[in-house]
Design a protein around this ligand. Sequence first.
Ligand code: 4NP
Length: 153
Amino acid sequence: MIRVLFVCLGNICRSPMAEFLFKDMAQKRGEAGRYLAESAGTSSEEEGNPVYPPARAELARHGISCAGKRARPLTAADYAKYDYILAAESANVRSILRICGGDPEKKVHRILDFSARPRDISDPWYTGDFARTYADLVEGLEGFFRLLDAKKG
Ligand code: 4NP
């Protein structure tokens, strides 16, 4: 079982979209049982809140449910629990390193670091464009699956 934690600031937009898109992609590949995917925020501001309605709507447009997800903050203990800790943007990476006290096992990456054009995920909190965020996530996660496939051997 490969354990993946997606991380953004609030855990109500980008990282839950990544979590549920990743699960959907894994299921469509017939690999649902191979992965555990969860998400968390570097801030506790939104703790306990459901996925932000426009993010939920964007997932629903693609037939993906995120029912039951509630925001939860990243903790130092999470570092040991996951194989990959994938951030939406560089600012999240800095916060993850602060919260977890470093990255000795090189688990922390940006989601789009696995794409041909490494960059931050477009932040819908500022753009209002949840479709663009979704497209960025597809691009990053397709690259991540390429890496996972390559590691299968
Ligand atoms: P997320 O979106 O980090 O993608 O979940 C945000 C949620 C809340 C805030 C910013 C971004 N906020 O400033 O409260």
